[in-house]
Design a protein around this ligand. Structure first.
Ligand SMILES: Cc1cc2nc3c(=O)[nH]c(=O)nc-3n(C[C@H](O)[C@H](O)[C@H](O)COP(=O)(O)OP(=O)(O)OC[C@H]3O[C@@H](n4cnc5c(N)ncnc54)[C@H](O)[C@@H]3O)c2cc1C
Length: 379
């Protein structure tokens, strides 16, 4: 049972954000920046945010050539370019807000491995560079077939490599730590280990039922922002969102590692990068789509074994390495790669379904949601 004092100081807020990942924390920070006197709280079910933001690969990317070609096909040129623009803007917001040293941001570039059966992709380079020109004012993709040997990959599989100098990499833990610190400094409050079980509207307020550590509490808020990405179906069942689990592993230091940068292959289903002289490698969800359509953190042995084999065969052939750690995180997908940002009612908004490039997109959609929720009016 809640005390009088708790009720006075802890149970009412101007703005409540559910979900404290990159999107939720950035949304709260944006609201607090626009309205410094407003009370803003972030409620998260994890001890620290536990979804995708602290469990991803840390690619600061906006799409490899093969992914962008697939997006143009499925979404059309205009929508696909808008999405690239939003990812690119999101990255600039993130870097400006937190600063490259706090993100451990490294501008090592991005690369896509092209196998024999996809050599036709190379013919699309000029056309896609032209299409991206309005955003970057420079060619984005360049072919460099010699890099495969230089980087020590299996040259019997990698026929060519496409280089993208605009891509970078960051440390996702450092990113979230720095963002949480900044939000707290600005006066955003956090309730962690606190799961929102349900919410409903009551006259001009929204009421949330929250549980954590065996307790159940109710809080009231003027405005509610839902930023729960893959876990949104319980709170907003009408949105079209499918969870997708992603597996990531990291090796111990690899002596004389020959590459630095962020690498993709097979339309982004596989991705690897250096972390110092370790190799971080993830993906393979396409091997078992149905099993990976889950919000349960867990390890798919079939995918783990495949990733280990790919390290041996493709990425680090003839080099000794040891796996140090592996983990999973949960992404959110829909019929296309666009996120869902909108108002459920004038007092309840959402920014969810961030897909596989939410590190890039997150700060941008948080800006959109903060504006929507702050300036929406009841009739
Ligand atoms: C393995 C993997 C690799 C990835 N690699 C990259 C990459 O290299 N580059 C890139 O750009 N993107 C990458 N992504 C995608 C990116 O990490 C996500 O799109 C982004 O972090 C989504 O942020 P978010 O804040 O929307 O969601 P999340 O980080 O998932 O945050 C949602 C939060 O909501 C909380 N929550 C959920 N339900 C409730 C509830 N009922 N009550 C209270 N709290 C709740 C959760 O605890 C969680 O903290 C990757 C994702 C994964 C899983």
């Amino acid at each position: 049972m809640i005390s009088f004092w708790e009720q006075q100081s802890f149970s009412g807020y101007d703005y409540t954000v559910v979900g404290g990942g990159l999107v939720g924390t950035s949304t709260a920070l944006n609201i607090k920046t626009m309205f410094p006197k407003a009370s803003v709280v972030v409620v998260d079910g994890g001890i620290f945010p536990k979804g995708a933001s602290t469990r991803n690969a840390g690619f600061a990317c906006f799409g490899s050539l093969s992914e962008l070609c697939a997006d143009i096909e499925s979404m059309g040129e205009v929508a696909a370019r808008e999405l690239v623009q939003d990812r690119w803007s999101g990255l600039q917001i993130l870097r400006n807000r937190l600063g490259d040293p706090n993100l451990h941001y490294k501008n090592y570039g991005g690369y896509e491995l092209i196998f024999d059966n996809h050599l036709d992709l190379l013919e699309r380079v000029d056309q896609v560079n032209q299409w991206l020109w309005p955003i970057f004012n420079k060619p984005v993709f360049q072919i460099n077939a010699r890099l495969s040997q230089e980087f020590g990959f299996n040259t019997s599989r990698v026929a060519s490599i496409i280089h993208n100098p605009f891509e970078g990499q960051l440390d996702s833990g450092a990113m979230m730590k720095s963002l949480l610190t900044l939000a707290a400094e600005k006066g955003v409050r956090f309730l962690t280990g606190s799961r929102v079980d349900s919410w409903h509207a009551e006259s001009d307020q929204t009421v949330l039922q929250i549980s954590g550590q065996g307790d159940h509490i109710t809080i009231r808020t003027q405005k509610l922002a839902i930023c729960t990405n893959a876990f949104t179906n319980k709170l907003l069942p009408d949105l079209e969102i499918k969870p997708g689990r992603g597996l990531v592993l990291i090796t111990k230091d690899v002596p004389s590692l020959r590459f630095q940068g962020a690498f993709h292959y097979q339309q982004g289903y596989y991705y690897f990068r250096n972390v110092g002289s370790r190799v971080l490698f993830g993906g393979g969800r396409n091997l078992d789509f149905s099993e990976e359509e889950t919000t349960d953190f867990g390890i798919n042995q079939k995918i783990l074994e495949h990733l280990q084999q790919e390290l041996v065969d493709l990425i680090l052939p003839n080099q000794h390495f040891e796996i140090d750690q592996y983990w999973s995180g949960i992404m959110a997908f829909g019929p296309d790669k666009r996120p869902l940002v909108g108002l459920h009612t004038p007092n309840v908004g959402y920014a969810v379904r961030l897909g596989g490039m939410g590190v890039a997109l997150g700060s941008r959609v948080a800006e959109q949601l903060a504006r929507l929720i702050c300036f929406s009016e009841n009739d």
